[in-house]
Design a protein around this ligand. Sequence first.
Ligand SMILES: NC(=O)c1ccc[n+]([C@@H]2O[C@H](COP(=O)([O-])OP(=O)(O)OC[C@H]3O[C@@H](n4cnc5c(N)ncnc54)[C@H](OP(=O)(O)O)[C@@H]3O)[C@@H](O)[C@H]2O)c1
Length: 270
Amino acid sequence: MTRIAVLGAGKIGESLLSGLLDAGRSPQDLMFTERYPQRAAELAKKYDIEHVDVIGALQRADVVVIAVKPQDIEPLLDEMAPELPPGKLVVSMCAGLPTALFERRLPAGTAVVRVMPNTPMLVGEAMSAISGGSHAQDSDLDLVEELLGSVGKVVRLPESQQDAVTALSGSGPAYFFYLVEAMIDAGILLGIPRATAAELIVQSAVGAAAMLREGGGHPVMLREAVTSPAGTTIAGIRELEKHGVRAALIDAIEAARDRSVELGRQHEAG
Ligand SMILES: NC(=O)c1ccc[n+]([C@@H]2O[C@H](COP(=O)([O-])OP(=O)(O)OC[C@H]3O[C@@H](n4cnc5c(N)ncnc54)[C@H](OP(=O)(O)O)[C@@H]3O)[C@@H](O)[C@H]2O)c1
């Protein structure tokens, strides 16, 4: 079996470990590193997975998944560079960090796969986009696709599209949360208690998402189906159009893409 080490068992790292176990991976094939001894002990007990140090992880695992915050990457790469044995696959979950950074800092020829996941990984519903670096083979991408398939969906894209992905599916959940928040506020305005408004809106969001995904319908057709002539929905849609909500969403996603490009540039030099 492929042995997998997760470096940095925070929110994303823990979700991945939990998903891999749920998918039937043996705890013996998984290990993790973590800075805080107390959290490390809690995780080791909860999942029956071994807590190791970085050098132990690099020696024993076949796949090394980096799930630390991008700002913590430099000291970790300093620690990894002299110790990474040949033939290991490095998978980075770090938002905005190009594969070229890892290739520059790690031993020559290291295979790197970059992943942009999103927070629904916490509930096994991630959308992950993966891109191979210059030494990654199709078999490496196949393996990463299989691993991430246990915590959601996976698409393969050229690395040049990772900034767009960051804006769409990386930040996407935040935009849905924002819409839900606004719709709950509307419920309050209309005199519905907050808890009831939240239940009405959250279940509507879940139902709409299920129709989009499982019903296979186009969003326009699904919306038209609830927009009857002279009805209530069209009255609301007119206001959304009047306030430029469609254009605002397009602009928001473009701005997020631009910010991702800007953040990535900080790691280009050096
Ligand atoms: N959460 C998201 O929405 C999301 C979406 C897409 C991509 N990502 C990416 O996923 C990665 C993880 O994000 P997260 O939200 O899971 O962050 P997080 O909860 O802060 O987890 C990172 C973990 O790594 C630990 N860590 C840092 N340096 C370490 C080292 N040298 N050795 C061992 N452990 C170390 C941190 O410990 P401390 O607690 O001591 O700092 C923390 O427990 C990030 O690179 C992020 O860009 C996150």
